[in-house]
Ligand binder design. Structure first.
Ligand code: TRP
Length: 458
């Protein structure tokens, strides 16, 4: 018998846990900060509802119908050649996990720094990420925790962990946001966050917002195909998808309510890039005084680590499910293989922040000045290029190979009159026309502009 989630709450907790991650708390605020505040926020919200929601429903349905990992799923519901899409998604998922795990390790490392009351950790960030003993050690620890949970199976490991960590995470973030809002600079922070400046919207904002929407909802790499394959036939996929989307958006939104007041209360800049939370926040916590500072600081990085853990678990499950389904490898053995392999693949990311010159200045994009490091490069190609491409391929697959009717039929298992509802109609229409068209156009423009330096718009 295939593993399953024990009930609807179990699945929703796991999928929401996958969605809510470093993307919401670490990446979202600095993306908003760098790309014009509310204008970015608005684009992100539009993409979540209009483009991502139908794809989210489609991924879960593909998984549940096929009862397989992404590679098996595309083969069972389509043809052998579609398994190539599954293979690409798995490779991409492994790459993302390899760097994601490193940042997750930093988060846990900063939890320890805060517990020790080391508020200078913010200024020491450049040294911290070069310190291979710490970075490697924390990354190994984080990978081991992920592997341990996945080894315990779907309901006993993944579901159980998420049912505990997700409520805790929401509690912590509500507390921190509530506290941040009482600080003096809160009003300025919120203005920046919530009042859109539409003149800031350009192609770059658009494709970053799109990439972020996909990344944040864990779409495009088959994570939800995999989780979907563990969902019972009676579950209502659409309701589950709605709860997952709203939780993800809600947590990102709250993260903004927490970050911007904190940052503005110290008169700091919002465009701190990838280092924003690590470099800026410890100083903010220091201002709170020794006791409160340690409590709030440690809570914050604990929150970040929990969010990361429920996401690394979902990425890790993809190659594990593949080995278990297709090669009948025992789950524990699959976990060992995946854990060691992904840790090794993560080494270039670990040394890309100053330790190795080569990986720290890995590549210079056509038409841009200055190089980017290996980790940024992987994150750029993965979330801004491969995720929307994965979404595009899922929508094309459903619309023209598996067929819209089969999708709607699969959904109606848990929701009989679904196809006639407004949402049902939109999902069909979105998957068949809106997603392929819009994602196709944005993908083309992105590749032209990003990698070939050809600007067609803006
Ligand atoms: N959604 C997670 C975040 O916001 C990251 C993530 C987990 C992910 N699983 C994924 C991204 C699968 C793409 C695909 O941090």
């Amino acid at each position: 018998m295939r593993n399953t989630f024990s009930n609807r709450i179990g699945f929703i907790a796991a999928a929401a846990g996958s969605a809510v991650g470093l993307g919401n708390i670490w990446k979202f605020p600095f993306e908003v900060g760098e790309r014009g505040g509310a204008a970015f926020l608005l684009m992100y919200l539009v993409f979540c509802f209009v483009l991502c929601f139908p794809i989210l429903v489609a991924e879960i349905s593909i998984g549940r119908k096929s009862q397989r990992n992404p590679i098996g799923a595309f083969t069972v519901l389509g043809h052998k050649k579609w398994s190539l899409v599954g293979i690409l998604s798995m490779v991409a998922a492994v790459l993302v996990l390899s760097f994601y795990n490193v940042v997750a390790g930093w988060s846990f490392g900063y939890f320890i720094e805060m517990l020790n009351g080391n508020f200078s950790a913010g200024n020491q960030f450049p040294e911290f990420i070069k310190n291979m003993v710490k970075v490697g050690g924390y990354a190994a620890l984080f990978m081991a925790a992920t592997a341990f949970i996945v080894a315990k199976g779907v309901s006993g490991g993944i579901e159980r962990t998420n049912k505990i960590l997700m409520p805790l995470l929401i509690l912590i973030i509500v507390m921190l946001a509530g506290y941040a809002l009482t600080l003096p600079g809160a009003r300025e922070g919120l203005k920046f966050y919530l009042i859109p400046d539409f003149s800031r919207i350009n192609l770059e904002v658009i494709y970053n917002a799109l990439g972020h929407a996909f990344f944040s909802l864990s779409l495009g790499f088959g994570a939800l195909i995999t989780y979907g394959s563990y969902v019972n036939k009676q579950e209502n996929i659409v309701t589950a998808a709605a709860v997952i989307t709203l939780t993800d958006i809600g947590v990102a939104f709250l993260a903004g309510f927490m970050m911007f007041p904190l940052v503005f209360s110290q008169g700091l800049e919002t465009n701190g890039g990838a280092g924003l939370v690590f470099m800026t926040l410890p100083g903010v916590f220091e201002q709170l005084g020794p006791v409160l500072g340690i409590v709030v600081g440690a809570l914050f990085f604990l929150l970040l680590s929990f969010a990361a853990l429920t996401s690394t678990v979902s990425l890790f499950e993809i190659p594990v499910a593949y080995m278990v389904d297709e090669f009948q490898v025992n789950r524990k053995k699959a976990v060992w293989i995946a854990g060691i392999a992904i840790f090794i693949i993560g080494i270039p990311s670990m040394i890309a922040n100053g330790y190795s010159d080569f990986f720290s200045h890995f590549i210079t994009y056509v038409g841009s000045e200055g190089s980017v490091d290996f980790m940024t490069f992987i994150s750029d190609i993965a979330s801004n290029t491969f995720l929307p491409l994965g979404g595009l391929l899922v929508s094309v697959f459903v619309a023209y190979v598996w067929k819209k009717e089969n999708l709607l039929h699969e959904i109606s298992n848990g929701n009989i009159s679904f196809a006639d509802t407004l949402i049902g109609r939109y999902i069909g229409f979105g998957i068949k026309y809106v997603c392929p068209l819009v994602l196709g156009v944005i993908f083309l423009l992105t590749v032209l502009e990003r990698f070939l330096g050809i600007h067609l718009v803006g």
